[in-house]
Design a protein around this ligand. Structure first.
Ligand code: NOJ
Length: 534
């Protein structure tokens, strides 16, 4: 059966919007965003025609990794508000016919989580085996060569019980032992807690890390390691990540979700395409959407992008639903990567590809990475590996709402600084400008939502040469041709074996909209267009 004839669910048809809660809107003047702030700004999200909001962790946490180190999975950090605020937010989201996706961080807890406190209290504590404890080698060295993503060894010595514990990230983020059935049950209960409240799904943090090699074998050396890379890259994480047994765990999570109505799970997975696909699970019994980060890692080049889209499309399992991402709280912002003009083309790409798009907050107004002076760096990844330019603070700065002091984000000095140009680059200014990137995002999402060809239609590549990227999106009764010039120079589309005629529906140069084009078309530098074909 064609995809367009099947029933599609909200997470297939709609657009997802990611909020980094520290930086969206501060309602109580402490310089940090919070839940009431998000509630105040829901109309902005709704007016963009967003279907679902994913919020990065909101839970109790000592904030060693800004909330990705959780000390209570079932409570809200007071910095963000209370459980009442959360309930109010969930209701307000649902009242607007939107969905709420929470961040689930099952791979590791905070070292201040009661589970870990118990586990480290003695070798015979019932929760000892909830984490990964190991004796030192005879010479006192670490059990194996595994490295932490945030620098240094992945093993931390515990003086009190004379063993090492494993942490894939900070030492304040000990990894849970997912081979232990009690751990599995405890985390599935966490899921049930939020699902019972009515939460619509989870974005599962570092899904591919959850199970490690049972024998804890050494990781092989990476022969391609370069000095400018994080020390973690020195090894190939062959034994510390992406183990076959992880799929049983993902399947168990899926079963919990399936026992509720229309809930979903996105997996955060940074792996090559063929491995990524395995996270859909046999017969789609795994993650609904294993995050597709291709556009974050490949060169901004038409040939490269086109071949990656085709590989991805071609590798999808039967019925596996695609998805695309241009940015998140761990990656440089798209406008900084490709420039202001290409960011508009990128938006058109994201919102016309087949599959669920996820938009990172602020990208809709073309926010850039904000330079953070060394003495203001807060991200542990940046602090632990100084000089490598790995801090993620630049992409986590406060949302730029208006021209006022602190950009309408807060009444006080924000936790991270704003860019010099926020008085020009902000929501309010762009609302008044019909040619702004915000206006473009809004129209792209609206068209996508109105046209089945764009939200559930098929995809077919159209032969074109670099710098042009061309493809069709279509259903049985509507076809759109998308032409994207990925360079600053003009180019021409004159296909030999493809006759077309249509009207420009949306253009990154709006002056051209409504024009009829046929057989061939010239594009200016940085121009992208969606042509409604006859
Ligand atoms: C992935 C998250 O996206 C990142 O922000 C975090 O630091 C690590 N997981 C550790 O939880």
């Amino acid at each position: 059966m064609k995809d367009t004839q099947q029933k599609h669910l909200w997470w297939q048809e709609g657009v997802i919007y990611q909020i980094y809660p520290r930086s969206y809107q501060d309602s109580n003047g402490d310089g940090v965003g919070d839940l009431q702030g998000i509630i105040q700004r829901l109309e902005h999200i709704k007016s963009l025609c967003i279907k679902a909001i994913w919020i990065s962790p909101l839970f109790s946490s000592p904030m060693a990794d800004f909330g990705y180190d959780i000390s209570d999975y079932c409570d809200i950090h007071p910095l963000f508000g209370s459980m009442d605020d959360f309930d109010e937010l969930l209701q307000a989201v649902h009242d607007r016919d939107m969905k709420l996706i929470l961040d689930l961080v099952p791979n590791h807890t905070s070292d201040e989580h009661p589970w870990f406190k118990e586990s480290r209290s003695s070798k015979d504590n019932p929760k000892r085996d909830w984490y990964i404890w190991k004796d030192a080698n005879e010479d006192g060295s670490e059990p194996n060569n595994w490295l932490a993503m945030f620098g240094g060894s992945a093993w931390e010595w515990d003086e009190h019980t004379q063993q090492y514990y494993y942490h894939a990230f900070l030492k304040e983020q000990p990894d849970l032992n997912w081979r232990n059935p009690e751990v599995q049950e405890a985390m599935l209960d966490v899921m049930r807690f939020w699902l019972d409240k009515g939460v619509d799904g989870f974005r599962v943090d570092v899904m591919w890390h959850m199970i490690k090699d049972e024998q804890l074998r050494d990781n092989p050396v990476n022969p391609h390691y370069k000095a400018h890379q994080a020390t973690y890259e020195k090894l190939i994480p062959a034994y510390s990540t992406d183990q076959p047994e992880v799929h049983d765990i993902v399947h168990k999570m899926r079963k919990v979700l399936d026992s509720y109505d229309e809930r979903m799970m996105i997996g955060e997975i940074y792996l090559p395409i063929h491995k990524l696909m395995t996270y859909y699970g046999t017969d789609k019994s795994g993650a609904h959407l294993p995050f597709n980060f291709l556009l974050l890692s490949i060169d901004w080049d038409a040939t490269e992008i086109s071949s990656n889209i085709n590989q991805y499309e071609g590798a999808l399992p039967n019925g596996g639903w695609p998805n695309w991402v241009l940015g998140n709280h761990d990656q440089p912002r798209i406008t900084s990567r490709v420039g202001k003009a290409q960011a508009r083309v990128a938006a058109m790409l994201l919102l016309t590809l087949r599959g669920t798009p996820t938009i990172y907050y602020g990208d809709e107004i073309g926010m850039r990475d904000v330079p953070i002076p060394p003495d203001e760096v807060q991200d542990p990844q940046g602090l632990n590996m100084p000089g490598l330019n790995l801090s993620r603070d630049p992409q986590r700065t406060p949302m730029q709402w208006d021209r006022s002091e602190n950009a309408g984000f807060s009444e006080s000095k924000p936790w991270l600084r704003l860019p010099e140009d926020y008085r020009r680059v902000n929501v309010k200014t762009q609302l008044e400008d019909e040619f702004s990137i915000y206006a473009l995002y809004k129209r792209l999402i609206k068209l996508r939502q109105e046209e089945p060809a764009l939200h559930i239609g098929d995809y077919r590549p159209v032969v074109a040469s670099s710098p042009l990227l061309a493809y069709l999106r279509y259903t049985s009764d509507q076809r759109f041709l998308i032409l994207l010039n990925l360079s600053h120079k003009p180019c021409h589309f004159a296909p030999e074996h493809f006759n077309f005629e249509g009207t420009i529906e949306i253009d990154t140069l709006p002056e051209r909209e409504g024009a009829t084009v046929s057989k061939h078309v010239s594009l200016s530098g940085d121009e992208g267009m969606i042509i409604r074909l006859k």
